[in-house]
Design a protein around this ligand. Structure first.
Ligand code: TXA
Ligand code: MG
Length: 384
C-alpha cells in the first residue's frame, strides 16, 4: 500500500506513443463480445492499448462523442491517474464505459440484478451510443473504485458506439472510467492531436481513430429519481429521450444546480466563475442578437477591444463584421455545430487572439447541449 502511494505522489513522465488505428476494420457482430479486426496494424495497436490498461495505466482513445482518457474503473490506482493527468478536481464522478450488456452484468452489477425497466427503451434504441444512465451502486460491495463514484449510491454508465472505444474495452475486458481527454478547464478533444496537445508526456499512449463525429459529450440521465432527470444535455437530445423513452420520460426535468446557479450563469462577469470548456482566449457568447453586427460593434466599443484580437465563430444568422479577419462558420445544422464547436474553439485559440465571439443558437434539439457548453465556456454573455 505504502509503495503505491509513493509511486503516485510523483507524476510520471512518458514518451507518449500515438498509435493510428482504422475504425472501419473493426467489426462487432450482434452478440459477439470480441470484435473481428481485419487490419493487422489496428489489431496490434489495440492490443498495445489494452495491455497498458491491464497494467493500470491510462490512455487516450476516441469515442463517438469526444476523446476519452480511460483507465480501469475497477482500480483505484488507474482512476487516480486519470484525475492526475487531467489535473481534474476529484469532486466530479466519472462515467464507466462498457462494451456489452453482458460485461455490465458480469463485471459491475450484483448477480441477478435487473436493470430498471424505465431504461429499457432508451437502452434498446441508444446503446451503443452517446447516452449515459445512472444505476444503483452499493459503495461497500461495489467492484467499482470509489474514486469513480465519489462513494455515491449510484454510478453512471454508457456503452460507446465508436468501434475503437468498444474494441479496447472488449479486448482488455475492463470497464473503463473515462472523462474527456483534455486538461481540466480546456475544451474537450475531438481529434487525437488535441489529446496530444494537452496530455503529451502525462500518459503513455493515445489511440488515434480520427475525428469524433458527434463532438459533444454524452447525455446523462437519471431514471432512478422521480421524476427522471436530465443531468447533462449531450449527444442524444431531450426531444429524442422524450419520444423514445416511453411515458415515464415525458415529464423529465432538466437538472439545475441548487441556489439558481444555472440562472446566474447568464449574468456572470469575467473571472468570476469556475472555468470549463475554456480556451485561453475569452469566449463572449451572443444570444438573440439577430445578424450580430450591432451587438458586436457595441461590445467592441464598450470594452475598447482591438478587432484584430478577435475571432468570430458564427453559424446561422451572423454577418461578417468588418475588421474581424478571423471568421469561421460553425455550420447551419445542430449536428454540424456540435461537431465543429470544440475543434474551432481550439483552432482559433492557437492563433493567440484575445477574444472569441460566438453566435448562440436556439436551445432545441442539439442546441441544448451546444448552448450548455457555450454558457460554461463564456466569460460574458450578451443579449439583445
Ligand atoms: O461523452 C462522454 O460522456 C465522455 C466520453 C469520453 O465518453 N465522457 C465524459 O465523462 O464526459 P465525464 O466523466 O467528464 O462526465 C461525467 C458526467 C458529469 O456530468 C458527472 O457529473 C456525471 O457524468 N456523473 C457521473 N457519475 C454520476 C453520478 N453517480 N451521479 C450523477 N452524475 C454523475
Ligand atoms: Mg470533460
Amino acid at each position: 500500500m505504502k509503495c503505491i502511494r509513493r509511486a503516485m505522489s510523483s507524476i510520471p513522465q512518458y514518451d507518449t506513443r500515438l498509435l493510428k488505428v482504422k475504425p472501419e476494420s473493426i467489426i462487432f457482430s450482434k452478440n459477439g463480445s470480441l470484435p473481428q479486426i481485419t487490419d493487422k496494424e489496428t489489431e496490434s495497436n489495440l492490443q498495445q492499448a489494452s495491455n497498458e490498461l491491464k497494467l493500470l495505466n491510462v490512455i487516450g482513445f476516441p469515442t463517438e462523442t469526444v476523446y476519452g482518457l480511460g483507465g480501469s474503473a475497477l482500480s483505484d490506482q488507474s482512476v487516480q491517474s486519470i484525475y492526475k493527468a487531467k489535473n481534474r478536481p476529484a469532486d466530479n464522478p466519472l462515467i464507466v464505459h462498457i462494451s456489452s450488456i453482458q460485461q455490465l452484468k458480469s463485471k459491475l452489477l450484483p448477480q441477478d440484478y435487473e436493470i430498471p425497466p424505465i431504461y429499457e427503451k432508451l437502452i434498446a434504441k441508444f446503446w451503443p451510443g452517446p447516452l449515459t444512465i445512472l444505476l444503483p451502486n452499493d459503495p461497500k460491495n461495489s467492484p467499482i473504485s470509489s474514486y469513480v463514484t465519489g462513494n455515491q449510491d449510484t454510478f453512471a454508465v454508457r456503452m460507446p458506439q465508436h468501434p475503437v472505444a468498444r474494441a479496447i474495452i472488449a479486448i482488455s475486458d475492463l470497464p473503463l472510467a473515462a472523462p474527456s481527454a483534455n486538461s481540466s478547464t480546456k475544451p474537450s478533444p475531438t481529434l487525437a492531436k488535441h489529446v496530444m496537445h494537452d496530455l503529451q508526456g502525462k500518459i503513455p499512449l493515445v489511440v488515434d481513430g480520427g475525428s469524433c463525429n458527434i463532438g459533444v459529450e454524452s447525455t446523462v440521465v437519471d431514471g432512478l429519481s422521480s421524476p427522471p432527470m436530465l443531468l447533462r444535455p449531450g449527444g442524444i437530445s431531450l426531444e429524442e429521450i422524450k419520444s423514445v423513452g416511453g411515458p415515464e420520460w415525458e415529464n423529465i426535468q432538466i437538472y439545475k444546480k441548487t441556489g439558481g446557479v444555472e440562472e446566474n450563469e447568464k449574468v456572470k462577469t469575467p473571472g468570476m466563475k469556475y472555468k470549463h470548456y475554456s480556451p485561453n482566449a475569452k469566449v463572449i457568447l451572443f444570444i438573440n442578437c439577430g445578424d450580430g453586427l450591432k451587438a458586436m460593434q457595441d461590445y467592441i466599443e464598450k470594452h475598447k477591444l482591438n478587432p484584430q484580437n478577435i475571432a468570430l465563430l458564427k453559424s446561422k444568422q451572423f454577418k461578417d463584421l468588418e475588421n474581424i479577419s478571423i471568421i469561421k462558420n460553425l455550420g447551419f445544422k445542430g449536428e454540424e455545430i456540435s461537431q465543429n464547436l470544440f475543434k474551432y474553439l481550439r483552432e482559433v485559440d492557437e492563433l493567440e487572439i484575445e477574444y472569441i465571439f460566438v453566435e448562440g443558437i436556439d436551445e432545441t434539439n442539439e442546441g441544448l447541449a451546444i448552448m450548455n457548453r457555450l454558457n460554461k465556456a463564456a466569460v460574458d454573455v450578451v443579449y439583445m
